[in-house]
Design a protein around this ligand. Structure first.
Ligand SMILES: Cc1cc2nc3c(=O)[nH]c(=O)nc-3n(C[C@H](O)[C@H](O)[C@H](O)COP(=O)(O)OP(=O)(O)OC[C@H]3O[C@@H](n4cnc5c(N)ncnc54)[C@H](O)[C@@H]3O)c2cc1C
Length: 320
């Protein structure tokens, strides 16, 4: 029996949440006194993965796995689990991983728990805490099945550095036929994706129109942040749908979320509230978002944001 941490990649590099997935896997493998194997597809260099404690790394290089394909990915991960006698699989909380999980659960006969926020509080019975009701509550779930599939909630466990000297392993795999093909991949705007960002600069209807987004993009550039928006903003076509965050959009669990001209409706907050630090800029002191904020600026975005950006640029220049 061993623990397998499956990590995703983007442009042949591990996605940001990989280090947290491996850290969680290491913590769990230690609790179970077993080994941790990291599985990835088509990563150029696996060197930095060894900073988080894997015992073995299986990096499968195969052109047939270069685009996400649920049938092929689930099948190949299940083959790896079979050959390596895996009882517990750890995956992340990305849209792709959540899409993959049901199929993987069937193929590996494992019981799936998503949105897990901690290592198991008990091994017998195997009990996990998960976030529920759009992060408004936690529930404890017991898995009775020997085979387990654990989906961890982004940014909940954190990254734990632990240097190791992993063995690079390989196995024989057969890539199955698939009834699905990816014809094209359209990337969202901006250099950094919302899922991979440490900082997200997000704006709402308070920005008045798409022509004003330059102040948001400039601030995001200074901070090395991804840009996001509220639902009406993407519905009106001011910004691409890939930037829509909230209950019906992408979830955001970053270290810093800056909300500019966003009222803080319950459906918006549901998707962003697990970000560690939330900063709100809004003209209305009664805007609901201030109740959920760690820092708030009551002011006009067109005045505050350029000034904030200039101050940050000066601060950055002084710290380089
Ligand atoms: C089923 C359902 C699902 C939904 N899912 C989502 C979702 O996933 N994500 C989401 O975002 N919404 C979602 N919504 C919509 C949500 O209810 C709100 O309508 C939406 O979040 C409001 O967007 P907003 O804050 O940009 O706009 P508004 O509510 O219009 O707020 C604009 C804010 O900007 C401020 N403002 C105005 N001018 C300035 C200025 N110059 N400087 C600074 N501040 C200024 C105002 O004071 C106000 O607080 C959903 C709604 C439903 C019914």
């Amino acid at each position: 029996m061993a623990v397998l941490a499956y990590i995703e990649s983007n442009k042949s590099k591990p996605k940001k949440n990989s280090y947290e997935i491996i850290s969680y896997g290491r913590g769990l493998a230690d609790k179970l006194s077993t080994e941790l194997i990291v599985l990835s597809f088509n990563i150029d260099s696996v060197e930095d993965l060894s900073n988080y404690g894997p015992d073995k790394i299986l990096n499968i290089k195969n052109n047939d796995l270069s685009n996400f394909n649920i049938q092929k990915y689930a099948d190949v991960i299940a083959q790896a689990c079979n050959s390596l006698s895996i009882d517990i699989i750890i995956i992340g909380g990305s849209a792709d991983s959540k899409y993959l999980a049901p199929s993987l659960s069937v193929k590996t006969n494992s019981s799936y728990v998503s949105n897990v926020v901690e290592l198991p509080s008990s091994l017998e019975p195997f009990t996990l805490k998960r976030s529920t009701y759009s992060n408004k509550a936690f529930s404890d779930i017991t898995i009775k099945n020997e085979k387990k599939l654990i989906g961890i909630y982004n940014n909940s466990f954190g990254i734990v550095e632990k240097k190791s000297n992993p063995e690079l392993i390989s196995i024989d795999i057969i890539i199955p036929d698939s009834t699905l093909t990816t014809d094209s991949v359209e990337h969202g705007s901006g250099d950094i994706s919302i899922a991979d960002a440490d900082i997200v600069v997000s704006a709402g209807r308070g920005l008045k129109g798409p022509e004003n987004w330059n102040i948001i993009e400039d601030l995001a550039k200074t901070l090395g942040a991804a840009t996001a928006c509220s639902k009406p903003v993407s519905d009106m076509g001011w910004r691409p749908h890939s930037e829509h965050v909230g209950q019906t959009g992408k979830p955001v669990a970053t270290n810093l979320y800056i909300a500019i001209g966003i009222s803080g409706a319950i459906q918006h907050l549901a998707g962003v509230s697990s970000s560690k630090v939330k900063v709100v800029i809004n003209t209305d002191p009664e805007a609901p978002f201030f109740k959920a904020a760690d820092y708030g600026i009551i002011g006009d975005a067109f005045d505050v944001v350029p000034k904030l950006n200039e101050k940050l640029k000066v601060f950055k220049a002084g710290n380089n």
